[in-house]
Design a protein around this ligand. Structure first.
Ligand SMILES: CCCC(=O)SCCNC(=O)CCNC(=O)[C@H](O)C(C)(C)COP(=O)(O)OP(=O)(O)OC[C@H]1O[C@@H](n2cnc3c(N)ncnc32)[C@H](O)[C@@H]1OP(=O)(O)O
Length: 299
Protein backbone atom coordinates (compact mmCIF):
# COMPACT_ATOMS: atom_id res chain seq x y z
CA UNK A 1 0.00 0.00 0.00
CA UNK A 2 1.54 3.37 -0.95
CA UNK A 3 -1.26 5.88 -1.01
CA UNK A 4 0.72 8.99 -0.44
CA UNK A 5 4.37 9.94 -0.72
CA UNK A 6 5.67 10.66 2.79
CA UNK A 7 9.12 12.28 2.80
CA UNK A 8 11.57 11.06 5.42
CA UNK A 9 12.67 14.62 6.20
CA UNK A 10 9.35 15.49 7.88
CA UNK A 11 9.37 15.74 11.63
CA UNK A 12 8.09 12.71 13.46
CA UNK A 13 4.76 14.27 14.44
CA UNK A 14 3.81 15.13 10.89
CA UNK A 15 5.08 11.81 9.59
CA UNK A 16 2.91 9.98 12.11
CA UNK A 17 -0.10 12.06 11.16
CA UNK A 18 0.47 11.31 7.50
CA UNK A 19 0.89 7.63 8.16
CA UNK A 20 -2.44 7.69 9.99
CA UNK A 21 -4.00 9.44 7.04
CA UNK A 22 -2.51 6.90 4.65
CA UNK A 23 -4.00 4.07 6.61
CA UNK A 24 -7.36 5.85 6.51
CA UNK A 25 -7.34 5.33 2.74
CA UNK A 26 -7.02 1.56 2.87
CA UNK A 27 -8.77 1.04 6.19
CA UNK A 28 -11.64 -1.44 5.90
CA UNK A 29 -15.09 -0.11 6.65
CA UNK A 30 -16.08 -3.51 8.03
CA UNK A 31 -13.61 -5.50 10.11
CA UNK A 32 -14.47 -9.19 9.92
CA UNK A 33 -12.88 -12.51 9.14
CA UNK A 34 -12.98 -12.73 5.34
CA UNK A 35 -11.83 -16.35 5.08
CA UNK A 36 -15.30 -17.94 4.92
CA UNK A 37 -16.69 -15.65 2.22
CA UNK A 38 -13.47 -15.91 0.19
CA UNK A 39 -13.73 -19.69 0.26
CA UNK A 40 -17.39 -19.49 -0.75
CA UNK A 41 -16.83 -17.02 -3.61
CA UNK A 42 -13.99 -19.17 -4.91
CA UNK A 43 -16.60 -21.85 -5.68
CA UNK A 44 -18.25 -19.60 -8.32
CA UNK A 45 -15.70 -19.05 -11.05
CA UNK A 46 -15.97 -17.37 -14.42
CA UNK A 47 -14.83 -14.19 -16.07
CA UNK A 48 -11.99 -12.01 -14.86
CA UNK A 49 -11.07 -8.51 -13.75
CA UNK A 50 -8.19 -7.38 -15.91
CA UNK A 51 -5.77 -4.59 -15.16
CA UNK A 52 -3.83 -2.82 -17.86
CA UNK A 53 -1.41 0.02 -17.24
CA UNK A 54 -0.44 2.37 -20.03
CA UNK A 55 1.78 5.23 -18.96
CA UNK A 56 0.07 7.01 -16.11
CA UNK A 57 -3.46 5.69 -16.76
CA UNK A 58 -4.62 2.23 -15.68
CA UNK A 59 -7.69 0.47 -17.03
CA UNK A 60 -9.74 -2.03 -15.06
CA UNK A 61 -11.84 -4.26 -17.29
CA UNK A 62 -14.87 -6.22 -16.08
CA UNK A 63 -14.63 -9.20 -18.32
CA UNK A 64 -17.35 -11.78 -18.81
CA UNK A 65 -19.00 -10.67 -22.06
CA UNK A 66 -21.00 -13.88 -22.57
CA UNK A 67 -23.04 -12.83 -19.49
CA UNK A 68 -22.92 -9.08 -20.12
CA UNK A 69 -19.96 -8.84 -17.69
CA UNK A 70 -21.92 -10.16 -14.70
CA UNK A 71 -19.81 -10.38 -11.54
CA UNK A 72 -19.04 -13.96 -10.46
CA UNK A 73 -17.57 -15.02 -7.11
CA UNK A 74 -14.00 -15.10 -8.42
CA UNK A 75 -14.41 -11.69 -10.08
CA UNK A 76 -15.33 -10.24 -6.67
CA UNK A 77 -12.07 -11.69 -5.32
CA UNK A 78 -10.04 -10.52 -8.31
CA UNK A 79 -11.37 -6.99 -8.02
CA UNK A 80 -9.93 -6.83 -4.47
CA UNK A 81 -6.53 -8.01 -5.74
CA UNK A 82 -6.49 -5.47 -8.56
CA UNK A 83 -7.46 -2.61 -6.22
CA UNK A 84 -4.64 -3.63 -3.86
CA UNK A 85 -2.26 -3.59 -6.80
CA UNK A 86 -3.41 -0.07 -7.70
CA UNK A 87 -2.92 1.11 -4.12
CA UNK A 88 0.79 0.52 -4.49
CA UNK A 89 1.09 2.13 -7.92
CA UNK A 90 3.12 5.16 -6.93
CA UNK A 91 3.46 6.67 -10.40
CA UNK A 92 -0.19 6.39 -11.44
CA UNK A 93 -2.55 9.31 -11.96
CA UNK A 94 -5.71 8.07 -13.65
CA UNK A 95 -8.00 5.05 -13.74
CA UNK A 96 -10.64 4.00 -16.27
CA UNK A 97 -13.18 1.36 -15.24
CA UNK A 98 -14.98 -0.29 -18.14
CA UNK A 99 -16.60 -3.53 -19.25
CA UNK A 100 -15.46 -5.86 -22.02
CA UNK A 101 -17.14 -5.97 -25.41
CA UNK A 102 -18.88 -2.59 -25.53
CA UNK A 103 -21.01 -2.98 -22.42
CA UNK A 104 -20.40 -2.18 -18.76
CA UNK A 105 -21.82 -4.76 -16.32
CA UNK A 106 -25.13 -6.54 -15.68
CA UNK A 107 -24.51 -6.69 -11.92
CA UNK A 108 -23.99 -9.73 -9.74
CA UNK A 109 -23.92 -12.99 -11.60
CA UNK A 110 -27.35 -14.42 -10.88
CA UNK A 111 -25.94 -17.94 -10.56
CA UNK A 112 -23.66 -16.74 -7.76
CA UNK A 113 -26.50 -14.74 -6.20
CA UNK A 114 -28.76 -17.79 -6.11
CA UNK A 115 -26.01 -19.95 -4.56
CA UNK A 116 -25.26 -17.53 -1.72
CA UNK A 117 -28.87 -16.61 -1.17
CA UNK A 118 -28.82 -16.90 2.62
CA UNK A 119 -28.49 -14.07 5.19
CA UNK A 120 -24.97 -14.93 6.42
CA UNK A 121 -23.32 -15.17 2.99
CA UNK A 122 -25.26 -12.15 1.75
CA UNK A 123 -24.03 -10.04 4.65
CA UNK A 124 -20.37 -11.06 4.33
CA UNK A 125 -20.39 -10.64 0.53
CA UNK A 126 -21.90 -7.19 1.03
CA UNK A 127 -19.20 -6.20 3.56
CA UNK A 128 -16.44 -7.61 1.36
CA UNK A 129 -17.62 -5.60 -1.67
CA UNK A 130 -18.18 -2.43 0.38
CA UNK A 131 -14.60 -2.67 1.65
CA UNK A 132 -13.24 -3.19 -1.86
CA UNK A 133 -15.27 -0.43 -3.49
CA UNK A 134 -14.46 2.03 -0.72
CA UNK A 135 -10.77 1.34 -1.32
CA UNK A 136 -11.32 1.78 -5.06
CA UNK A 137 -13.11 5.07 -4.45
CA UNK A 138 -10.27 6.31 -2.21
CA UNK A 139 -7.43 5.38 -4.59
CA UNK A 140 -5.20 8.40 -5.10
CA UNK A 141 -6.03 8.25 -8.81
CA UNK A 142 -8.64 10.28 -10.67
CA UNK A 143 -11.10 7.61 -11.74
CA UNK A 144 -13.72 7.51 -14.45
CA UNK A 145 -16.26 4.84 -15.36
CA UNK A 146 -16.72 4.47 -19.10
CA UNK A 147 -20.34 3.28 -19.33
CA UNK A 148 -21.10 1.58 -22.61
CA UNK A 149 -24.23 -0.56 -23.00
CA UNK A 150 -25.80 -1.34 -19.64
CA UNK A 151 -24.82 -0.80 -16.02
CA UNK A 152 -27.46 -2.73 -14.07
CA UNK A 153 -27.85 -3.48 -10.36
CA UNK A 154 -24.37 -4.03 -8.94
CA UNK A 155 -23.05 -2.66 -12.26
CA UNK A 156 -24.82 0.65 -11.58
CA UNK A 157 -23.31 0.60 -8.08
CA UNK A 158 -19.82 0.10 -9.52
CA UNK A 159 -20.11 3.26 -11.61
CA UNK A 160 -20.63 5.27 -8.41
CA UNK A 161 -17.30 4.11 -6.99
CA UNK A 162 -15.53 6.24 -9.61
CA UNK A 163 -15.00 9.99 -9.41
CA UNK A 164 -16.66 10.55 -12.80
CA UNK A 165 -18.89 8.77 -15.30
CA UNK A 166 -18.83 9.09 -19.10
CA UNK A 167 -21.74 7.52 -20.98
CA UNK A 168 -22.33 6.85 -24.64
CA UNK A 169 -25.56 8.18 -26.12
CA UNK A 170 -26.91 4.60 -26.15
CA UNK A 171 -25.89 3.50 -22.68
CA UNK A 172 -28.01 3.30 -19.54
CA UNK A 173 -27.51 3.06 -15.81
CA UNK A 174 -30.26 1.33 -13.89
CA UNK A 175 -30.63 0.54 -10.21
CA UNK A 176 -32.85 -2.53 -10.63
CA UNK A 177 -32.49 -3.69 -7.01
CA UNK A 178 -36.09 -2.89 -6.08
CA UNK A 179 -37.32 -5.24 -8.81
CA UNK A 180 -35.32 -8.00 -7.13
CA UNK A 181 -36.71 -7.26 -3.67
CA UNK A 182 -33.38 -5.70 -2.69
CA UNK A 183 -31.63 -2.45 -1.99
CA UNK A 184 -28.08 -1.74 -3.17
CA UNK A 185 -25.57 -3.47 -0.91
CA UNK A 186 -22.21 -2.59 -2.44
CA UNK A 187 -22.36 0.98 -1.10
CA UNK A 188 -24.16 2.23 -4.22
CA UNK A 189 -27.07 3.92 -2.44
CA UNK A 190 -24.79 5.85 -0.10
CA UNK A 191 -22.56 7.00 -2.93
CA UNK A 192 -25.51 7.80 -5.21
CA UNK A 193 -26.92 10.19 -2.60
CA UNK A 194 -23.50 11.87 -2.38
CA UNK A 195 -23.32 12.23 -6.17
CA UNK A 196 -26.83 13.37 -7.16
CA UNK A 197 -28.41 14.33 -3.83
CA UNK A 198 -31.14 12.71 -1.77
CA UNK A 199 -34.19 13.48 -3.91
CA UNK A 200 -32.73 12.39 -7.23
CA UNK A 201 -31.22 9.28 -5.66
CA UNK A 202 -34.50 8.34 -4.03
CA UNK A 203 -36.28 8.71 -7.37
CA UNK A 204 -33.82 6.41 -9.16
CA UNK A 205 -33.82 3.77 -6.42
CA UNK A 206 -37.58 3.73 -5.84
CA UNK A 207 -38.55 3.75 -9.53
CA UNK A 208 -35.80 1.44 -10.84
CA UNK A 209 -36.10 3.57 -13.99
CA UNK A 210 -33.52 3.40 -16.78
CA UNK A 211 -31.28 6.45 -16.70
CA UNK A 212 -30.24 7.23 -20.22
CA UNK A 213 -27.29 9.48 -20.89
CA UNK A 214 -29.16 12.78 -21.41
CA UNK A 215 -30.97 12.46 -18.11
CA UNK A 216 -27.81 11.26 -16.36
CA UNK A 217 -26.02 14.38 -17.55
CA UNK A 218 -28.91 16.60 -16.43
CA UNK A 219 -29.01 15.25 -12.88
CA UNK A 220 -25.22 15.14 -12.48
CA UNK A 221 -24.81 11.38 -12.62
CA UNK A 222 -22.84 11.57 -15.88
CA UNK A 223 -20.11 14.08 -16.68
CA UNK A 224 -20.11 13.75 -20.46
CA UNK A 225 -21.97 12.00 -23.26
CA UNK A 226 -19.88 10.34 -25.93
CA UNK A 227 -21.80 10.57 -29.23
CA UNK A 228 -20.35 7.41 -30.78
CA UNK A 229 -20.37 3.90 -29.32
CA UNK A 230 -17.32 2.75 -31.26
CA UNK A 231 -15.11 1.17 -28.61
CA UNK A 232 -11.71 2.46 -29.72
CA UNK A 233 -13.07 5.95 -30.19
CA UNK A 234 -14.74 5.87 -26.76
CA UNK A 235 -11.50 4.78 -25.08
CA UNK A 236 -9.52 7.51 -26.84
CA UNK A 237 -12.10 10.14 -25.86
CA UNK A 238 -12.12 8.91 -22.26
CA UNK A 239 -8.32 9.08 -22.08
CA UNK A 240 -8.42 12.56 -23.63
CA UNK A 241 -11.10 13.70 -21.17
CA UNK A 242 -9.15 12.29 -18.23
CA UNK A 243 -5.83 13.74 -19.38
CA UNK A 244 -7.12 17.26 -18.70
CA UNK A 245 -7.46 16.39 -14.99
CA UNK A 246 -4.19 14.52 -14.58
CA UNK A 247 -1.75 17.02 -16.06
CA UNK A 248 1.11 17.51 -13.62
CA UNK A 249 3.26 15.22 -11.54
CA UNK A 250 1.80 12.11 -9.95
CA UNK A 251 2.60 13.47 -6.48
CA UNK A 252 0.52 16.59 -7.10
CA UNK A 253 -2.40 14.69 -8.67
CA UNK A 254 -2.41 12.10 -5.87
CA UNK A 255 -2.30 14.83 -3.23
CA UNK A 256 -5.23 16.60 -4.92
CA UNK A 257 -7.29 13.42 -4.92
CA UNK A 258 -6.40 12.85 -1.26
CA UNK A 259 -7.50 16.32 -0.12
CA UNK A 260 -10.76 15.95 -2.05
CA UNK A 261 -11.47 12.51 -0.52
CA UNK A 262 -10.67 13.92 2.89
CA UNK A 263 -13.15 16.78 2.36
CA UNK A 264 -15.84 14.35 1.28
CA UNK A 265 -15.34 11.81 4.04
CA UNK A 266 -14.09 13.52 7.18
CA UNK A 267 -15.72 15.97 9.57
CA UNK A 268 -14.63 19.58 8.98
CA UNK A 269 -11.90 19.91 11.60
CA UNK A 270 -10.38 16.52 10.89
CA UNK A 271 -10.40 17.23 7.17
CA UNK A 272 -8.74 20.60 7.68
CA UNK A 273 -6.01 18.94 9.76
CA UNK A 274 -5.57 16.34 7.05
CA UNK A 275 -5.40 19.02 4.36
CA UNK A 276 -2.73 20.82 6.39
CA UNK A 277 -0.66 17.63 6.58
CA UNK A 278 -0.94 16.97 2.87
CA UNK A 279 -0.16 20.63 2.15
CA UNK A 280 3.00 20.36 4.24
CA UNK A 281 4.23 17.53 2.01
CA UNK A 282 3.76 19.69 -1.08
CA UNK A 283 5.03 23.06 0.17
CA UNK A 284 8.65 23.54 -0.94
CA UNK A 285 8.54 20.14 -2.63
CA UNK A 286 10.52 19.75 -5.87
CA UNK A 287 7.31 20.32 -7.90
CA UNK A 288 6.52 23.47 -5.95
CA UNK A 289 10.07 24.87 -6.19
CA UNK A 290 10.21 24.10 -9.90
CA UNK A 291 6.97 25.98 -10.46
CA UNK A 292 8.18 28.93 -8.40
CA UNK A 293 11.38 29.15 -10.44
CA UNK A 294 9.43 29.84 -13.62
CA UNK A 295 7.82 33.13 -14.55
CA UNK A 296 4.21 32.55 -13.61
CA UNK A 297 1.18 34.20 -15.18
CA UNK A 298 -2.11 32.33 -14.99
CA UNK A 299 -3.79 34.14 -17.86
C1 LIG B 1 -26.10 -6.45 -4.88
C2 LIG B 1 -26.07 -6.75 -6.36
C3 LIG B 1 -27.43 -6.72 -7.03
C4 LIG B 1 -27.38 -7.26 -8.47
O1 LIG B 1 -26.58 -6.84 -9.23
S1 LIG B 1 -28.44 -8.48 -8.89
C5 LIG B 1 -28.27 -8.67 -10.66
C6 LIG B 1 -29.01 -7.60 -11.40
N1 LIG B 1 -28.90 -7.83 -12.81
C7 LIG B 1 -29.82 -8.50 -13.51
O2 LIG B 1 -30.81 -8.97 -12.99
C8 LIG B 1 -29.53 -8.65 -15.00
C9 LIG B 1 -30.53 -9.58 -15.67
N2 LIG B 1 -30.26 -9.59 -17.10
C10 LIG B 1 -30.87 -8.78 -17.96
O3 LIG B 1 -31.71 -7.97 -17.61
C11 LIG B 1 -30.47 -8.90 -19.41
O4 LIG B 1 -29.78 -10.11 -19.58
C12 LIG B 1 -29.57 -7.72 -19.88
C13 LIG B 1 -28.39 -7.51 -18.95
C14 LIG B 1 -30.42 -6.45 -19.99
C15 LIG B 1 -28.96 -8.04 -21.27
O5 LIG B 1 -29.99 -8.33 -22.18
P1 LIG B 1 -29.60 -8.86 -23.64
O6 LIG B 1 -28.65 -7.92 -24.26
O7 LIG B 1 -30.88 -9.13 -24.35
O8 LIG B 1 -28.79 -10.20 -23.41
P2 LIG B 1 -29.32 -11.57 -22.81
O9 LIG B 1 -30.43 -11.35 -21.84
O10 LIG B 1 -29.55 -12.53 -23.90
O11 LIG B 1 -28.00 -12.00 -21.96
C16 LIG B 1 -26.94 -12.71 -22.51
C17 LIG B 1 -26.61 -13.82 -21.56
O12 LIG B 1 -26.12 -13.23 -20.35
C18 LIG B 1 -26.84 -13.75 -19.24
N3 LIG B 1 -26.85 -12.74 -18.18
C19 LIG B 1 -27.13 -11.42 -18.29
N4 LIG B 1 -27.04 -10.83 -17.10
C20 LIG B 1 -26.68 -11.78 -16.22
C21 LIG B 1 -26.46 -11.79 -14.82
N5 LIG B 1 -26.51 -10.66 -14.10
N6 LIG B 1 -26.12 -12.96 -14.24
C22 LIG B 1 -26.02 -14.09 -14.96
N7 LIG B 1 -26.24 -14.15 -16.29
C23 LIG B 1 -26.58 -13.00 -16.89
C24 LIG B 1 -28.22 -14.04 -19.80
O13 LIG B 1 -28.91 -14.94 -18.98
C25 LIG B 1 -27.85 -14.62 -21.15
O14 LIG B 1 -27.42 -15.95 -20.97
P3 LIG B 1 -27.90 -17.10 -21.99
O15 LIG B 1 -27.33 -16.71 -23.31
O16 LIG B 1 -29.39 -17.07 -21.97
O17 LIG B 1 -27.31 -18.35 -21.42
Amino acid sequence: MAMLYIPRCLNRGIRNLLLQQRSFSAQPIHQFNEDDIKEKLQQFPGGSIDLQKEGEIATLIINQPERINAFTGTMILELRDRVEELESWTNGKGLILRGADNTFCSGSDLNTVRAISNPKDGMTMCMFMQNTLTRLQRLPLISVALVQGVALGGGAELTTACDFRLMTSESEIRFVHKLMGLVPGWGGATRLVQIIGYRNALKLLSSADRVRSAKALRIGLADKILPSSDHNWCMEETQKWLSHYIKGSSKVIQAIKNVAVSGRELPLEESLRNEKCIFSTMWASPDNLKALSTVMKHK
